[in-house]
Design a protein around this ligand. Structure first.
Ligand code: ATP
Ligand code: MG
Length: 393
């Protein structure tokens, strides 16, 4: 029954020329999401609003599901579209709309008319009153409530008439592409896909790096990360995933450094390598799924020691979230089910029984000296031989 959508977006801080870029990027991301849907659509920008019109049959559920992944959309309003042909027809259309949308006539309502067609005989105020009256005539059990209605009946009179009353929430945030690019350290866990989503939601394009340690980590563990990247790509657009072979470095650390410091030293090398790839690919920062205190390598002391090797800003959008809060976001964005699949990751295989929770930066630096012979070459080799996989939906 719906033939069009009104797309609402928030970010009131975005003004002037930036607003135009914001809208253009949003329209582009909408088109990208619609390409995944059956049917033909036209996306139009009109005075600070974006309209999607279906030019053919389409699958409503599928279309809404895909629009819900477009960062920058605050809500999606499915609209019924009618020919504009005078006041009488308008009244009939509005009454029919209320009837079909709300079989159960137990609610209060308010009519909200926007009239772009200035040659229309009645102004918005007059139309609000008239349409309210017609709805009450047709369905006397309804009530008008102008302060806190259960249902808004929105009517837009333009070259056509558009009617809508429901708003489906979108992700909010800003369209991807309006805020530069970042390198996500993507593991097979729950947290890093959420971190990637949260940064993408602020308009940041995402590249990713995954540290793979074959044969200690299997092909299936890698495939799981590719699958996660694809799921995040629903929101972020295509992700260039760099798969780094980390085995040699991990074995070197395992042989030459104290075992209770393995994780922290390994994390430092991950950051160093991620940063090198980030610089080569014009990323402006690194993103991880770390959260204060979650595990030994994420105490404040450990984070400080990990952070020490980075010169780029490191964004940690999950930093203040509890595990349960992260899980809720993972479920909402559809990554949770994949994240909990039980494949080994390199951190769990080489993990010590009692990892340090308060690493001393001086001590860690001294123990990294044990790797002096060959580590720079290994890092170089890891960066140069990284496999590139484009993850998209
Ligand atoms: P996650 O659920 O994201 O795996 P985690 O709670 O398991 O996080 P750690 O394993 O300590 O935490 O990793 C902390 C962060 O380091 C991850 O969120 C991720 O950003 C990065 N990371 C860890 N392992 C890898 C890996 N193999 N490849 C890429 N990034 C990784
Ligand atoms: Mg992990």
């Amino acid at each position: 029954m719906f033939q069009a959508f009104l797309i609402k977006f928030a970010e009131i801080g975005v003004k002037g020329k930036n607003r135009d870029l914001f809208e253009a990027a949003l329209a582009q991301q909408i088109k990208y999401a619609l390409r995944r849907c059956e049917g033909q659509f036209a996306v139009r920008r009109n005075r600070g609003r974006i309209y999607i019109e279906a030019l053919s049959d389409f699958d409503f559920e599928e279309t809404v599901e895909n629009l819900k992944t477009v960062c920058g959309i605050s809500s999606i309003c499915p609209m019924v579209q009618q020919q504009e042909d005078g006041v009488e027809k308008l009244c009939r259309d509005v009454v029919a709309f209320v009837d079909t949308q709300y079989p159960d006539k137990q609610f209060s309502f308010k009519v909200d008319v926007r009239r772009a067609q200035k040659n229309f005989p009645l102004n918005s105020m007059e139309l609000n009153a008239l349409l309210g009256e017609k709805i009450l005539d047709a369905f006397p059990q309804l009530r008008v409530d102008v302060h806190d209605p259960d249902v808004w009946i929105h009517v837009e009179v333009r070259e056509k008439v558009y009617l809508y009353s429901t708003e489906i929430p979108g992700p909010g945030g800003m369209p991807v592409g309006t805020n530069g690019k970042a390198m996500l350290l993507l593991s097979g866990g729950i947290d890093s896909p959420v971190a990637g989503y949260m940064v993408a939601k602020r308009g940041v394009k995402i590249d990713a790096v995954y540290f793979h340690a074959p044969p200690y980590t299997s092909e299936r563990a890698k495939q799981k990360v590719v699958d996660l990247a694809r799921l995040v790509a629903r929101y972020s657009g295509p992700i260039y995933l760099h798969v780094v072979n980390f085995t040699e470095i991990q074995l070197a650390i395992y042989e030459k450094c104290p075992h209770d410091e393995l994780t922290i030293i390994m994390r430092r090398y991950m950051m160093r390598i991620a940063e090198q790839i980030a610089k080569k690919t014009d990323c402006l920062g690194l993103v991880t799924g770390e959260s204060i205190g979650q595990v030994a390598s994420q105490t404040m002391q450990s984070l400080a020691v990990t952070n020490e090797v980075c010169t780029m800003p490191v964004y940690r959008p999950c930093i203040g979230l509890d595990k349960q809060e992260i899980v809720e976001i993972a479920e909402k964005i559809g990554t949770y089910e994949t994240s909990i699949l039980p494949f080994e990751d390199c951190c769990t295989i080489f993990v010590a029984k009692h990892p340090v929770t308060k690493p001393n930066p001086g001590v860690i630096r001294r123990h990294e000296e044990n790797l002096r012979d060959g580590i720079d070459e290994m890092v170089q080799q890891a960066v140069e031989t990284a496999e590139l996989i484009v993850a998209e939906v």
